[in-house]
Design a protein around this ligand. Structure first.
Ligand code: NI
Length: 170
């Protein structure tokens, strides 16, 4: 089931998510809905908080890598910072360049059964892991930008939202 995605500046996006403790049908349904929602929005990653569920769950599907379900994820830095053009389904319509994402990380997470697993992510997938883990802590990629870039991207974003609102109103 496709669920609505919260958009910045919704304050719920800024609340940290809690660790998952129950690996039950409700969790499986949440993860299914997250994949449906991400596919529908043509995204490569989605955190549960983006559909208003404050649990540490993220899904990801980046390029040729397998579909990932990351529950209570953590990552260990292995690489160097890189330039990355990032966008977010919760900040629709704009993108900007971050410079702080590491190009290689090792991820440790639980699967849908609560079983620990790990994998290494590089490049875009590594950036996506860091982006989704930030969501679980109530952070957005906007927070990774310089003041000037953040100001400019938010101006573009607010202009887009005003245009959309005025079109809906007419
Ligand atoms: Ni995002």
């Amino acid at each position: 089931m496709i669920r609505p995605i919260l958009a910045h500046p919704d304050p719920r996006l800024r609340q940290p998510s809690l660790p998952v403790e129950r690996f039950d049908d409700t969790l499986r349904e949440l993860v299914n809905d997250m994949f449906d929602t991400m596919h529908h929005a043509e995204g490569i990653g989605l955190a549960a908080v983006q559909i208003g569920v404050h649990l540490r769950v993220a899904v990801m599907e980046v390029e040729d890598n397998p579909q990932r379900v990351m529950i209570n994820p953590r990552f260990e830095p292995l690489g160097e910072p890189m330039d990355m053009v990032e966008g977010c389904l919760s900040v629709p319509g704009v993108q900007d360049r971050t410079k702080t994402r590491l190009d290689h990380v090792r991820v440790q997470a639980l699967d849908l059964h609560g079983k620990p697993y790990s994998f290494e992510a590089r490049g875009l997938e590594a950036a996506c892991v860091q982006h989704e883990c930030d969501h679980l802590d109530g952070k957005l990629y906007l927070d990774c930008l310089s003041h000037l870039r953040r100001h400019r991207v938010l101006q573009r974003y607010n202009r887009l939202r005003r245009q959309e609102n005025s079109q809906q109103g007419s």
